[in-house]
Design a protein around this ligand. Structure first.
Ligand code: ZN
Length: 98
C-alpha cells in the first residue's frame, strides 16, 4: 500500500470511529433524558423534569391538565345540577307527549 493510501485509510477509520462515538454519546444522552422525561397521562405531552406536574398514583399529569381537572371538579356540582334538570325536562316532555 502506498503511503498516501495508508494515510487516507487511517483518516477514514478515524472518521468511522468518531461517528460511532458520537452515536453512542447520543444514545447515552437520549437515555439520560428519558429518565428525566415525563409523559402526561391525559394530554400525552412530553415534558422534562422542569415542567410542573404531579404524580397521581403511578401516572404523571402536567399542570395544564391538573388545572383543567380542578376546574372540572370545581364546577361538578353545577354540571350535575344541569344534568338533573335536563333529565327532569326530558321526563316531563315524555309525559307531556304521552
Ligand atoms: Zn397534560
Amino acid at each position: 500500500m502506498a503511503k498516501d493510501e495508508a494515510q487516507a485509510d487511517s483518516a477514514r477509520r478515524k472518521m468511522v470511529v468518531e461517528s460511532i462515538v458520537e452515536g453512542r454519546k447520543m444514545e447515552a444522552y437520549a437515555e439520560h433524558r428519558t429518565k428525566e422525561m415525563n409523559v402526561c397521562w391525559i394530554c400525552n405531552a412530553i415534558c422534562y423534569r422542569k415542567t410542573p406536574g404531579r404524580h397521581v398514583g403511578d401516572k404523571w399529569i402536567c399542570i395544564d391538565c391538573l388545572r383543567q381537572l380542578k376546574e372540572t371538579l370545581d364546577t361538578l356540582d353545577e354540571w350535575e345540577e344541569e344534568l338533573a334538570m335536563q333529565k327532569e325536562a326530558r321526563t316531563q316532555l315524555d309525559s307531556d307527549l304521552g
